[in-house]
Write a protein that binds this ligand. Structure first.
Ligand code: LRH
Ligand code: MN
Length: 426
C-alpha cells in the first residue's frame, strides 16, 4: 500500500481545514513577543523522528499479545509501513533497525526499498538479551557484563556484526542496551560486573568506524528485578566517558523510576556534551512503552524546553538522534505511531515558543511566579496549526490520522497481508 502525495494534497484541499485562520491569529499574537511562527513552522517541518523496526506490529506482555491484522511480516513490509507514516507526516524519515529481529537478507534491495520511501537508516540496535537458536554462548546471566568470558566475547562479536550491517546500510550509530543485572542480592559482584561491562564496551567502541557514534542506553530494572548494571544516567555517562568522545548517553523516557526529573538529566547531559539521543514514549508506572504524550505531556514539554535551550547554548553537544520506542498492545501500531509523532512535534513547537530571554531575566530576579507563567504560556498555546502548516508545506497530510482512516489503510493492509501475519520484535 503506497499513499501518493497527490492523493494527500487532494484530501487536504477537499478537507478545507480552517487552520490558516488559527495560524494567522497565532502569528499576530506572537509577533508582539518577537517570536516568528514561520521560523517555528520550518523547524517543525525539518524535525525527523526515527521509527523503531520492532514497533510496527502488535506488542504484548507476558500476559498476552493480541495480533492486529495486516502486520508487516518482513523488513520490506516494515519499510513500506514506515513509508506510509512518512508520506502522511513527512517527519518519519528514518528507521532504527534491531538485529537480529530485522537482519536485511539483501542489503541492496533493502536500501532501494528504503530509498523509494525516502527513509534513512538511523541507529542500529544490538540484541544481547535473547539467546538466538544455535547460539555458541548464553545471555541468561548477562552479556557484556557476564561473569563468563565466552558470553562477553560472543556479545562483543554480535555488536561488531551489527556495526558491519549498519555500515552497509549507511547507518552512523549503534545503540547498546543491556538487560544485564541480577534478580537477587549476592547473585553478582557489582564491581566485577561493571568492570566487565566497561571493558566489553571499550572493545566495541574500538571497532566503531571513525564517523560513527555509540549510544549507551540505561534502564533501572526489567528484565532483572534486583539490579541492572547500567541502571541510570550516571552509570551510562561514566561508561561513555570511559569509552571515548564518540560514546554518548541515550535517554529512554520509560527508563526512569517514578517522579525522576528527566528534564534535569537532559540539561546535565547536554551541558557535559554527552547526550546522544532519545527513545520517546510515555509511562504511568514502569517501562510501559505507551504513546508519547499520552500520560505526562507537560513533562515532555519540560524536556523539550531543556532540549531547545541546549540546542541554542550547548555547541559541545552533538545533533541528537530522535527515535520512538513504544509498544502497541491495544492500538493500531501505525495510528499509535502517528499520535506519538504528533505529541513529539507539539512539545517541540511549544518549547520553541518559550520566551527564553524573559525567562532568563525572571530567573536572575528570582521571580518564581513569572518563570512559571512564561513556561506555561508556551505550554498552554495550541500549536496544532503550526504542525498543520509544517505538514502542508512538506507535502504531507494536514491531518494524518484522518487520512489514514479515510483511506482505509489498515483494511487494505489486512487485504494485502492477511490477518495472521506477525511482525518480528517485542
Ligand atoms: C529496552 C528497550 C531498548 C530496546 C528494547 C526493544 O527496554 O527500550 O531500547 O532494545 O526496548
Ligand atoms: Mn529503548
Amino acid at each position: 500500500m503506497k499513499i501518493t502525495p497527490d492523493k494527500i494534497s487532494d484530501f487536504n484541499k477537499n478537507q478545507g481545514d480552517s487552520y490558516v485562520a488559527e495560524l494567522d491569529f497565532l502569528k499576530n499574537r506572537c509577533a508582539k513577543q518577537d517570536v516568528s511562527i514561520d521560523d517555528i513552522v520550518s523547524k517543525v517541518a525539518d524535525f525527523q523522528v526515527a521509527v523503531p523496526s520492532w514497533a510496527l506490529g502488535a506488542g504484548g506482555t507476558r500476559f498476552g499479545r493480541f495480533s492486529y491484522g495486516g502486520e508487516p511480516a518482513s523488513l520490506e513490509q516494515k519499510l513500506d509501513d514506515i513509508g506510509i507514516l512518512h508520506a502522511l507526516t513527512r517527519s518519519a524519515g528514518a528507521v532504527s533497525l534491531h538485529i537480529p529481529w530485522d537482519i536485511p537478507k539483501d542489503i541492496k534491495a533493502i536500501k532501494e526499498v528504503a530509498a523509494s520511501h525516502e527513509i534513512a537508516f538511523d541507529a542500529m540496535n544490538s540484541n544481547t538479551f535473547q539467546n538466538q537458536d544455535g547460539a555458541e554462548a548464553s545471555y541468561k546471566f548477562g552479556s557484556l557484563g557476564n561473569i563468563r568470558k565466552d558470553s562477553r566475547n560472543y556479545a562483543i562479536q554480535h555488536n561488531l556484526e551489527v556495526i558491519k550491517i549498519g555500515k552497509e546500510l549507511g547507518s552512523k550509530s549503534l545503540t547498546v542496551w543491556l538487560a544485564d543485572g541480577a534478580n537477587f542480592p549476592g547473585q553478582a559482584n557489582f564491581q566485577t560486573a561493571l568492570q566487565n561491562t566497561e571493558n566489553s564496551l571499550k572493545s566495541i567502541y574500538n571497532g566503531l568506524p571513525e564517523d560513527w557514534k555509540m549510544f549507551i542506553e540505561y534502564k533501572p530494572y526489567e528484565p532483572n528485578f534486583y539490579s541492572t548494571i547500567i541502571q541510570d544516567w550516571g552509570t551510562s555517562f561514566m561508561l561513555a566517558n570511559a569509552c571515548g568522545e564518540r560514546a554518548y548517553t541515550l535517554v529512554d523516557l520509560g527508563h526512569h523510576l517514578p517522579n525522576t526529573n528527566i528534564e534535569q538529566i537532559v540539561a546535565t547531559l547536554m551541558f557535559k556534551g554527552k547526550l546522544g539521543g532519545f527513545h520517546f514514549n510515555d509511562s504511568k508506572y514502569g517501562d510501559d512503552d505507551l504513546t508519547v504524550g499520552a500520560i505526562k505531556p507537560y513533562a515532555l514539554f519540560l524536556i523539550f524546553n531543556e532540549l531547545v535551550y541546549g540546542m541554542q547554548n550547548n555547541p559541545q553537544n552533538p545533533n541528537l538522534a530522535w527515535m520512538i520506542d513504544a509498544s502497541h498492545n491495544t492500538k493500531d501500531p501505525l495510528e499509535d505511531l502517528l499520535q506519538s509523532l504528533e505529541a513529539i512535534l507539539i512539545a517541540y513547537a511549544q518549547a520553541l515558543l518559550v520566551d527564553q530571554e524573559s525567562l532568563k531575566v525572571a530567573q536572575q530576579e528570582n521571580d518564581v511566579v513569572k518563570c512559571q507563567e512564561i513556561l506555561q504560556d508556551a505550554y498552554r498555546t495550541d500549536v496544532r496549526p503550526v504542525l498543520k502548516a509544517a505538514r502542508e508545506k512538506s507535502g504531507a497530510a494536514i491531518n494524518p490520522l484522518q487520512v489514514y482512516r479515510s483511506f482505509g489503510v489498515r483494511d487494505a493492509l489486512i487485504k494485502e497481508r492477511g490477518s495472521q501475519t506477525k511482525a518480528t520484535g517485542l
